[in-house]
Design a protein around this ligand. Structure first.
Ligand code: ZN
Length: 269
């Protein structure tokens, strides 16, 4: 059996492993950043929604207070006219107009009270939220219960965390960029060599890696495939020790002696 072919594919796996171990320095940072961004967007939306309601209340309140002032002004002038009324009919007509304006004022005041109630209710909910926070009962806090200042603090914390993680990731990417680029080059030339010398093995390797497997070639570890821990039949041990390979019956990985990985490591670096 030609063992050089298997050596070539082990070396390919070794280079893949090196790239993988450098990439793992990113320690799930991209995923963490994505999760932080999602929380950040959610918090921003909450703050925006509250701001929108507050703005609407402010505008409505201004408008209603304006209406009340206008009505009061009108009433004042109607009352003035009443003192000059020449007869009962004129006087009564003015009384009706005053009555109308008074109803307008009453309606505006009801609306102002509604706003005050809504705001009071929102504040009560936040007060409840603050109590729950103090008791560490976070899972009982609804969105509305989150106090404004806590929400604002949350936004600032998330923004800072996301920026820190981004910086951390960025520095790792910069630090490892050159090494990764070199390894990718080595990987490419190794691939073309394997493609020339052992096409069928390369196809098998690619096929295994196209699935969910990270490693297509693994070491024999305590008489078992180190990819899935299935025992390798005893009668295949000799072949593996001699530098051959065994295709795991359980996971399909190519199982080789660990010596081959040591040789690949010595040859790569
Ligand atoms: Zn296996």
């Amino acid at each position: 059996m030609d063992h050089t072919k298997i050596n070539l594919i082990v070396r390919l796996q070794h280079i893949d492993n090196l790239i993988e171990s450098i990439m793992s320095l990113q320690k799930g940072l991209p995923e963490e950043i994505a999760a932080l961004d999602e929380d950040l967007a959610f918090t921003s939306r909450q703050i925006e929604a509250r701001k929108k309601i507050a703005d609407e209340h402010l505008k409505l309140r201004e408008r209603l207070n304006g209406t009340i002032n206008d009505c009061k002004e009108k009433i004042r002038s109607f009352k003035e006219k009443q003192t000059l009324a020449r007869n009962n009919k004129e006087y009564d007509a003015l009384s009706k107009q005053i009555e109308y304006e008074e109803k307008e004022i009453a309606q505006a005041e009801i609306q102002l009270q509604d706003i005050a109630h809504a705001e009071h209710h929102a504040q009560e909910l936040q007060k409840k939220g603050r109590e729950l926070i103090a008791e560490n009962r976070y899972d009982e806090i609804s969105e509305e219960m989150m106090p404004d200042d806590v929400l604002q603090q949350q936004l600032e914390d998330l923004t800072r965390q996301a920026a820190m993680k981004r910086e951390e990731l960025e520095s790792i990417v910069v630090e490892t960029a050159e090494e990764i680029a070199q390894l990718r080059q080595t990987l490419e030339s190794q691939r073309s060599e394997v493609a020339r010398e052992a096409k069928r093995l390369l196809d098998k390797y690619d096929h295994l890696k196209s699935g969910t497997l990270q490693n297509a070639v693994v070491k024999l570890d305590r008489h078992a495939c180190s990819g899935c821990n299935t025992r390798v039949p005893t009668n295949r041990h000799t072949l593996i020790v001699q530098g051959g390979f065994y295709v795991c019956e359980s996971c399909g990985r190519i199982v080789v002696h660990e010596r081959l990985f040591e040789e690949a490591a010595a040859g790569t670096r």
